[in-house]
Design a binder for this molecule. Structure first.
Ligand SMILES: O=C(O)CCC(=O)C(=O)O
Ligand SMILES: [Fe+2]
Length: 250
C-alpha cells in the first residue's frame, strides 16, 4: 500500500490565486479529502501553470495517436465515448478493460509526458508511476461512465494521479452500494449512465470536484475498492478536455 499521501507544495497557501493567470511561483493550494475506511483524495487545482498547461494541451492534442475503440460493456459493443491512448514502460503485463487491450506506446515517443511524469513524482513523494491512460473529451457529449480502476494488475490500493488540461469538467465520486452488490458498478459503464437509482444517496457518499486546466487530483488507499467515479456528459462543456491518469502496474 502506498504511504500516507502528502502532496508537496512550492510554498504555503495564502490567498486563493486567480486561476486565469497562472505563474510558476504561485502558491499551490492542496485540498485533502479523507473518505471513510482509508480512501483518500487530494486535489491541487493549480498544479501546472496556466500557460504551460496550454502548451501541454496543444502538444497532446496534435501529437498523441488518439483512437476511439469499440469496447464491450454488459455483453454489448459500444464505441468508447471519448478518445484514448495508452503509454507504458517496457516489460509490464498487458492492460485490458472492457474487452479492450490498448497498444502500449513508449514514453520516449512523447518527451513532454516524461516531463509531466517528473512533476508528479516530485509532487507525490515515494510515487513511481509506470503507465498512463490518456483521454480526450471532444465536447460535452463525451464522458466516462461510473467505474473503478480496480484492475488486478494495479494491486489492492492503487494510487492514481490525474492531470487535466483544457475544458473544465465535473469529476464525481460515489460510494459503491455495498461489497456484495459491486458487480454492476465495477465494470466501466460506457453506455448511457443509468437513470437515478431508487436508493437514496447520502451526502457523504458522493463528492464532486471541478477539474480545472492544469489541476492534479490523486486517488489513493481504498478509493478504487470502495468508490466509483465518472465524468458525466455536460451540454455546456463545448471545448476539448484532455485528461492523463498516471498509474502503477505492480
Ligand atoms: O477524465 C477523467 O478525469 C477521469 C478518467 C478516468 O477515470 C479513467 O481514465 O479511468
Ligand atoms: Fe477512472
Amino acid at each position: 500500500m502506498s504511504g500516507p499521501l502528502k502532496l508537496k507544495r512550492e510554498s504555503d497557501p495564502v490567498n486563493d490565486p486567480d486561476p486565469e493567470i497562472g505563474t510558476a511561483e504561485k502558491p499551490k493550494k492542496v485540498v485533502a479529502l479523507n473518505l471513510d475506511n482509508g480512501s483518500l483524495i487530494s486535489h491541487m487545482p493549480n498544479f501546472i501553470s496556466y500557460k504551460e498547461s496550454w502548451q501541454y494541451f496543444d502538444y497532446l492534442d496534435k501529437n498523441i495517436p488518439w483512437t476511439r475503440p469499440t469496447i464491450r460493456v454488459f455483453a454489448r459493443s459500444h464505441v468508447q465515448p471519448r478518445d484514448t491512448c495508452y503509454i507504458a514502460s517496457p516489460g509490464l503485463p498487458q492492460l485490458g478493460y472492457s474487452g479492450y487491450k490498448p497498444h502500449a506506446y513508449s514514453w520516449d515517443e512523447f518527451p513532454p509526458l516524461k516531463d509531466i511524469l517528473d512533476l508528479i513524482h516530485k509532487a507525490i513523494p515515494g510515487s513511481s508511476f509506470n503507465s498512463l491512460l490518456l483521454n480526450r473529451y471532444k465536447g460535452g457529449n463525451d464522458y466516462v461512465g461510473w467505474h473503478a480502476d480496480d484492475e488486478k494488475l494495479y494491486g489492492p490500493t492503487p494510487q492514481i494521479a490525474s492531470v487535466s488540461f483544457g475544458c473544465e469538467r465535473d469529476f464525481l465520486l460515489k460510494k459503491k452500494p455495498n461489497r456484495n452488490s459491486q458487480d454492476e458498478m465495477t465494470s466501466r459503464n460506457e453506455s448511457e449512465p443509468p437513470r437515478k437509482r431508487s436508493k437514496k444517496v447520502n451526502n457523504v457518499d458522493q463528492h464532486s470536484f471541478l477539474l480545472k486546466h492544469g489541476s492534479l487530483l490523486v486517488m489513493s488507499g481504498y478509493t478504487q475498492r470502495d468508490w466509483v467515479h465518472s465524468v458525466p456528459k455536460r451540454v455546456k462543456a463545448e471545448s476539448v478536455r484532455i485528461n492523463l491518469t498516471f498509474r502503477k502496474i505492480l
